[in-house]
Design a protein around this ligand. Structure first.
Ligand code: NAP
Length: 328
């Protein structure tokens, strides 16, 4: 292995212009309690451009240069002292963001904390597997742990006897996985999306698609058991109106609003997603069973990692954006 590698890095916070392709970044070495991984593909998430812009600098100041990217799929090259459960040559996927003790995934090699790594599903490519960690685990954690879809009773007013859930941002990274999982767990699913994405969201399994630009979801849905919000803002505030008493809203972006919780008699939860080996393993199982399929919107080569971030930030992804690093 060479001492240097290619990596997409920043030396200051800013827009797309601050992303540099460093051809001579030092290759990480394996350290105690960590895995050294050859990266085949890296998934792109909104947090990646938020880190580039410095949104997280108050909470977690970074030391430049910073290698961007968190989600990845690749091959274990070396196993640090104290790490068990992995061996050289394993095909794995997970997270290695600099915010979580990793070295960043937009690079030929990375160092990862093994608590955020698991075996990749055998039936998908590295490109598909790299699209899964943060968005897939976000959907899994919200639907199975917070909302407990498939376990609780359906609203008394549900004519089908099934639990009902409204998923906002149905065409996005998290929304695309959440719709598939909610259907698998037996729920009736309504999702918001733009008219352009309506067919795509129906194909994912949504029973009802609401055009968020021309329709008011709160006029169309009532007594829902749950809302999963990946959008926030006034979409979050209006969502309380569709819930039954005792219903639950989980938001990826908003803090619980105590006043609305009390007014509507519902539970509001703010989710901080934690990508763990256990959740990744469960997700990989669902992918192997064909329950969850990865929908790729667009792929970029590592040299264009900056453009991949700008593309996602500009909005309107239909599924996931992935940076391909090693052809596999
Ligand atoms: N708390 C955490 O731990 C955590 C973890 C992961 C992600 N997040 C956050 O969760 C959010 C979603 O992430 P993502 O990866 O799913 O993002 P994404 O792939 O960019 O998807 C966002 C989706 O929302 C849609 N959308 C925008 N405005 C909408 C509206 N008013 N109503 C309905 N849909 C709307 C977009 O559709 P258009 O094409 O129509 O714009 C797009 O399909 C981001 O803000 C991210 O930072 C938080």
């Amino acid at each position: 292995m060479k001492n240097t590698m290619k990596a997409a890095q920043i030396n200051r916070y800013g827009g797309g212009e601050v992303v540099e392709i460093n051809e001579n970044a030092p290759t990480p070495t394996v350290s105690q309690g960590h895995l050294l991984i050859e990266v085949h593909a890296a998934g792109v998430n909104p947090i990646d451009w938020k880190i580039r812009e410095g949104y997280m600098q108050q909470m977690a100041p970074l030391q430049f240069p910073v290698t961007l990217g968190g989600d990845f799929s690749g091959i274990v090259m070396d196993v640090g002292d104290g790490v068990s459960g992995f061996t050289k040559g394993d095909e794995v996927y997970g997270q290695a963001s600099v915010l979580g003790g990793g070295s960043g995934s937009f690079a030929e090699f990375l160092s990862a904390n093994p608590t955020a790594v698991a075996r990749k599903s055998k039936n998908v490519s590295h490109t598909e597997a790299a699209a899964l960690p943060l968005a897939g685990v976000s959907a899994l954690q919200a639907l199975t742990e917070h909302i407990q879809l498939g376990k609780g009773p359906a609203s008394a007013t549900a004519s089908t006897g099934k639990q009902t859930i409204l998923i906002h941002g149905g065409a996005g990274g998290i929304g695309s996985f959440a719709i598939q999982l909610a259907k698998h767990l037996g729920a009736t699913v309504a999702a918001t999306a733009s008219a352009d994405d309506a067919q795509y969201v129906k194909d994912l399994g949504a029973d009802q698609v609401i055009d968020y630009k021309t329709q008011k979801f709160e006029d169309l849905l009532h007594d829902y058991d749950a809302v999963f919000d990946t959008v926030g803002g006034e979409t979050y505030a209006r969502s309380f109106k569709v819930l039954r008493k005792g219903g639950v809203i989980v938001s990826m972006v908003e803090q619980p609003n105590a006043e609305l919780m009390q007014q509507y008699g519902v539970t509001a939860i703010s989710q901080f997603t934690q990508v763990t080996t256990e959740r990744l393993s469960k997700l990989a199982e669902l992918v192997e069973q064909g329950v969850i399929k990865v929908r790729l919107d667009k792929t970029f080569p590592l040299e264009q990692a900056g453009a991949a971030l700008t593309y996602l930030q500009a909005g309107h992804p239909r599924g996931k954006v992935v940076v391909e690093i090693q052809k596999s």
